[in-house]
Design a protein around this ligand. Structure first.
Ligand SMILES: [Zn+2]
Ligand SMILES: [Zn+2]
Ligand SMILES: [Zn+2]
Length: 138
C-alpha cells in the first residue's frame, strides 16, 4: 500500500501539507464533493489555494469532475491506475434524488461511445438518477 506522499509523487505532484490534507479529506468522503464542501472543511485556508489544489489534482488524474446535473461541479477521487480515458476509465455516476449525494459506480464503465466522423469526444458524463442504497434501505 503506497503512502499518499508516494502516490502524489508518482503523479508528479509536489507534496505539500495542504495537498495531503485535501487528499485525505477526499479519501474519507465516499461521495463526490463540491468545492464549497472543501472550503467548508478547510475554513481557515485560502480559497484560491484550495481551488488550485483541486485543479492540480484534476490535471494530474487524481480526481475527476462530475457534472451530475445539479449545476454544481463535483469532484471524486480516481481509482488506482485511472487515466481518465474515455474508453477505459469513465464510469457511471449515481445521483440520489433523496439525499442529493453523487457517487462513483466504478464497476460500471461507460459503454463504448461512437461519435460521427469529424467529431472528437473529450468527455462523457453519464449520470443515473434515483434513490441510493442508503436511502432505499437495502
Ligand atoms: Zn481518473
Ligand atoms: Zn440517498
Ligand atoms: Zn467517478
Amino acid at each position: 500500500m503506497k503512502t499518499i506522499e508516494e502516490l502524489l509523487e508518482s503523479k508528479n505532484i509536489r507534496v505539500t501539507a495542504m495537498r495531503l490534507l485535501i487528499y485525505k479529506f477526499l479519501v474519507e468522503k465516499d461521495v463526490a464533493v463540491t468545492l464549497s464542501d472543501i472550503e467548508n472543511a478547510f475554513e481557515k485556508s485560502d480559497r484560491t489555494t484550495l481551488y488550485r489544489t483541486i485543479k492540480t489534482f484534476e490535471e494530474k488524474g487524481i480526481v475527476h469532475q462530475i457534472d451530475d446535473g445539479t449545476g454544481i461541479t463535483k469532484y471524486a477521487l480516481c481509482e488506482k491506475g485511472c487515466n481518465c480515458e474515455i474508453e477505459n476509465d469513465l464510469h457511471l455516476h449515481f445521483h440520489c434524488n433523496n439525499c442529493n449525494e453523487t457517487v462513483c459506480l466504478t464497476a460500471h464503465k461507460i459503454p463504448q461511445i461512437k461519435v460521427p466522423d469529424g467529431f472528437v469526444a473529450e468527455n462523457v458524463n453519464l449520470v443515473v438518477k434515483g434513490i441510493c442504497d442508503k436511502c432505499s434501505g437495502h
